[in-house]
Structure formats: C-alpha cells, structure tokens
Design a protein around this ligand. Structure first.
Ligand code: MTE
Ligand code: MO
Length: 412
C-alpha cells in the first residue's frame, strides 16, 4: 500500500480491516469478485470510512501493540493503550515499561537490528551518513528523566465542555508516562554527520507503515536533553516504544518523539509532513490557518495534573492519602491545590521530591472519605507562573486540553 494514501488513520485501519476480512472470506470459499461486491455494498450503506465497526478495525489491526496490555492496567483503544492512573499509587517516580502508555498511528513494526541503519541525509549535512546500532551504542551517552505525553491526552474532556467530541482517541489523562531515557544527544549524532551552520530543521522518520515523521528546528534538536534514545528505564527500548531507537524531544508533543527511527533529514528550509500540517495543528473557531499548515503548529505540551485514583471508580470509606502528579514542559511545579467542593474552597497539597522540569512532581493530601459520590478538582502552578485554566478553546482534533477537571469518585 502506498502510505501517502493511508495517512488518515481511519483509512489505514480500514485497509487492514479489508485485508483481514478478505483473508477470512477466502478461507470460507468466497470468490474475490463476490468479496468486492459485498464490500462495495457495505461501503455504500455505511459510508466509506466507517465501513467496519471499531471492534472490527481493532481485530483487523491484529496486534498493533506487542506487550501485554491487560485491562486492569490499560484502557484499550486498539493501537493506543491508555495507562490507568490508579496503578501508579504506591509506585515510584518512574512509570515501569510494562505500565507505560502506547500510542501507535498504525502498529509496532519488527526491526532487524543487524540490518538496521540510521541514515542521516539532506542539504543540512555535509553528506549522507549511516550508523549501525553498535556505532550508536558506542557514542557518548546520557540518561535523563522526562515525560512523553500525547498531544491528545485529556481529549475526552472537550466533549463534556462543548457537547461535541473532538476527533481521535478519547483519552482521559493516561496518555502520559515518565521514564529514564538513555541515549546519545542528537547534537552528538548530528556533529558526526557534519551538520552545517545553514541547517534549519531536523526530521526523524519512523520505520512503521506510515513512516511517521515530524520536523523540529535545529535549536531544539541541539538541546542537551534532546536524545536519540536506545534504553528506557535501564532496559533496551521495548518494541512498542521504538526499538531500536527513538527520539526524545523533552516537553514537546508526543509525536515529536519518533519511534523506530531509520532516517533523519536535515534541511536548510522549513520541512513539512502531514504531522505538522494536517494533524498536530490547532483547527477551530479561535484558530487561523498558517499555510501550508491548517492551523497553528504545536510544539510544547502544557501544564496538567492527574490523580492516582480510578476514574469514576470506587474506594472505601476511610481516612486516606490521596496522591497525584503534576507536570509542565516549562519548569518545576511550585504549587498544587485541590478542591473537594467543586471550587468553592481550595487547599494546598504537599509536594514530594523529586520535582523535575518536563517530568513531574508527586503530591498528596489526607482525605476523610465519607460514603457518597464526590469529585476532586486539582489546579497547579509551575515556576514560570503558568496555571491550569478553567477552560480550553475547542479545537477539532482535541489537542492540549489542560483545564481543571472534576475527577469523579464514589466512596462506599
Ligand atoms: N514512528 C512513530 N513514532 C511515533 C508514533 C508513531 O505512530 N510512529 N506515535 C507518536 C505519538 S502520537 C506519541 S504520543 C508517542 C507515544 O510514545 P509511546 O508509544 O512510547 O508511549 O510516540 C510518537 N512517536
Ligand atoms: Mo500522540
């Protein structure tokens, strides 16, 4: 399949669904001609892009994610798996690899590391350079603790705020994780590739079916903590998280952290891909197109908080320690307040070290939990003075929802 035609995730999944259904149909003795007649009829009836149910899409994508993602740990959105926050309670600062959310535009590819090469090319470097896995591993490395968060994390809250759903995976707040990432600073790799003074953008490209790729300006690529990562929490990067290498672009939207990198383009002109023109841009009544992008192009994530409690779940009536975490791409967190009265009164939560910029801070407070339905509201402030707003203007694709939310919880 030509990937240009399959840029839309729905089209991609549909094509895989068709493939899957065709294989099943063939096994049942259906002829190819008859199969296409059935497909066409179904398409006309249901509207092309939604011919199959989401369940059938998920089935069709077979195993879009390789690691086990049991429903106690993850909310299942097919190729996307949302971390369930309650599982971070009584865990440490880092999210273990087994619990880390997965966001795949298509599915995890299998990469043969013996054949794998990182190719760096384009007018922004002296010439084309290739590095093997061993060569990457032998370069000077660093380890940093940072989050990776999906730009759509919190998207589902647009529906409640505006009475209409934004397009895409309906994440609550589990599209984030913090890990210790080990790798080679991108600046080190780009130096070896002979990056020129005139270089402008760097665009890593994935080896997955859609070749997901997205440029960043050289200034971001050369920051000390922008890495070509090969280990996550002390283990070789797991397949679902980008084996053999991914980029880490701290503070930036999830999609900047390209997994399964096989190629990097270095340009002297601004670069564009579908992921900075059609998606990961703000489209909505408050935003104007910025051609060739359909709206303001996203870079940083935003300040957000989440509670380590089941979402709309149950806990027992007792005096309990409520815990949560807050993160900002702009700096450390200086204040976290919570309200058990839907904003009538606020108290301050205790912050717990470490408090790492572009990672998160943990905090807690005591709660005399009495039987009944409750909501817990949290708002935070970072060292740059950013606070969580009460609302976020609607954007069609539901990015960067960081407003204060009411976390529903029932005490029994
Ligand atoms: N090659 C490639 N890189 C990718 C993606 C992808 O689909 N393909 N998804 C991106 C998105 S949208 C996010 S939020 C992060 C998620 O990283 P994780 O799956 O390791 O949590 O990976 C990014 N990198
Ligand atoms: Mo994402």
């Amino acid at each position: 399949m030509e990937y240009e035609r399959l840029i839309r995730e729905e089209d991609y999944l549909q094509s895989r669904a068709d493939e899957y259904v065709w294989r099943r149909a063939k096994d049942l003795g259906v002829s190819r001609r008859r199969f296409f007649q059935i497909l066409a009829a179904a398409g006309a009836a249901a509207g092309l892009s939604h011919r199959l149910s989401p369940k059938a899409w998920a089935q069709a994508a077979a195993t879009p994610v390789i690691k086990p993602t049991p429903k106690e740990l993850f909310n299942d959105f097919g190729s996307n798996k949302e971390m369930r926050w309650e599982n971070l309670y009584e865990r440490g600062y880092l999210v273990p690899n087994d619990l880390f959310f997965v966001r795949n535009h298509t599915r995890t590819p299998s990469v043969d590391v013996k054949k794998w090469r990182l190719k760096i090319e384009g007018p922004g470097v002296q010439g084309t350079k290739e590095f093997s896995y061993d060569e990457v591993l032998s370069m000077p490395s660093v380890s940093v603790i940072r989050y990776v968060e999906c730009a759509g994390n919190g998207r589902s809250f647009f529906a409640a705020a505006y009475g209409k759903k934004a397009d895409g995976t309906q994440w609550k707040l589990g599209g984030i994780g913090v890990a210790e990432w080990t790798g080679v600073p991108l600046t080190e790799v780009l130096d070896r590739a002979g990056i020129k003074k005139s270089a402008r953008d760097v665009m890593p490209e994935g080896l997955d079916d859609l070749k997901v790729r997205r440029p960043m300006p050289v200034a971001k690529a050369l920051e000390a903590d922008t890495l070509l990562v090969y280990a996550m929490n002390g283990q070789p990067l797991p397949p679902d998280h980008g084996f053999p290498v991914r980029t880490l672009v701290p503070g930036w939207i999830g999609v900047a952290n390209i997994k399964w990198v096989g190629r990097m383009e270095v340009s002297e002109k601004p670069l564009f891909s579908p992921w900075n023109t059609d998606t990961y841009v703000l489209i909505g009544p408050e935003y104007k197109p910025e051609p060739p992008a359909k709206g303001p192009v996203l870079s940083n994530q935003d300040l957000k908080s989440a509670l380590e409690l089941p979402w709309d779940g149950e806990v027992s009536a007792e005096r309990r320690l409520v815990r949560g975490r807050t993160w900002s791409p702009f700096g450390k967190i200086v204040k976290v307040e919570y309200s058990l009265s839907q904003g009538k009164s606020w108290q301050t939560a205790k912050l717990r070290e470490p408090n790492i910029a572009a990672a998160w801070v943990r905090w807690d407070f005591d709660w005399e939990a009495k039987p009944g339905k409750h909501t817990i509201r949290v708002r935070a402030t970072d060292e740059k003075g950013n606070t969580q707003p009460d609302g976020v203007p609607f954007n069609q694709q539901g990015y960067l929802y960081n407003a204060v939310v009411d976390h529903p919880i029932t005490v029994t």
